[in-house]
Design a protein around this ligand. Structure first.
Ligand SMILES: N[C@@H](CCC(=O)N[C@@H](CS)C(=O)NCC(=O)O)C(=O)O
Length: 200
């Protein structure tokens, strides 16, 4: 298998963590690409018409995207139980919550990176952060019991999302007011799969 990804990409990181957790990393060639909304890498565009990473090229069938599809495919391929039937709706909702954090956090980065400074809209940036803040509050209030359970794909996505907040939005101090979540993340981010995929 061949994975188009990039070291700082949090969506790519989800897939790399799943590859490690499910013992499939040695079967996968990681191809680092530089693709942006303003300059799409041609190989990425050929793999995924949306022009986004991660994308997984495989011998068994057509290329897969996006990260949720790839993670679920890899879990099914290895039979590793990261999407357990008994908790499937919770796991998928947790993954969607984590991806929502990532989408908003990435949009904030892109707003500053790709817009001329005088066109950046602070209200829009704050509205993105409000999505993140609401998600963190919901996780702290309602998800701690789930997070204390067996590792699943939702937890992996959340670990990558919180890692991305540290990486790109450290000044926002997401830990403040989210002490239980912060304790969970301290433990989760010490896993080998998380340590080996930390963004440079
Ligand atoms: N929903 C997608 C989001 C993927 C995504 O936004 N990837 C970013 C990198 S982290 C990207 O490819 N950005 C380039 C672009 O938007 O053109 C997924 O889960 O894979």
């Amino acid at each position: 298998m061949k994975l188009y990804t990039a070291s700082p990409s949090p969506f790519g990181r989800k897939v790399k963590v799943v590859l490690i957790e499910t013992g499939q990393i040695d079967e996968t060639e990681l191809v680092d690409v530089a693709t942006t909304p303003m300059q799409t890498d041609p190989a990425v565009a050929a793999a995924n018409p949306a022009g986004k990473i991660p994308a997984l090229l495989r011998e068994e069938g057509p290329t897969l995207y996006d990260s949720r599809v790839i993670c679920r495919y890899l879990d099914a391929r290895a039979g590793s139980g990261l999407y357990p039937e008994s908790r499937i709706w919770e796991v998928l909702t947790l993954e969607a919550t984590a991806d929502g954090i990532l989408e908003a956090a990435l949009a904030m980065v892109y707003e500053h990176r790709f817009r001329p400074e005088d066109k950046v809209m602070p209200e829009w940036v704050e509205a993105q952060w409000a999505r993140v803040a609401r998600s963190l509050d919901a996780l702290e209030a309602r998800w701690m019991a789930h997070l204390s359970g067996k590792t699943d794909a939702g937890q992996i996505a959340l670990g990558c999302a919180l890692g991305y907040l540290d990486f790109r939005h450290a000044a926002r101090d997401w830990r403040s007011g989210h002490e239980a979540l912060s304790r969970w993340y301290d433990g989760f981010s010490a896993r080998d799969s998380m340590v080996h995929t930390a963004p440079a």
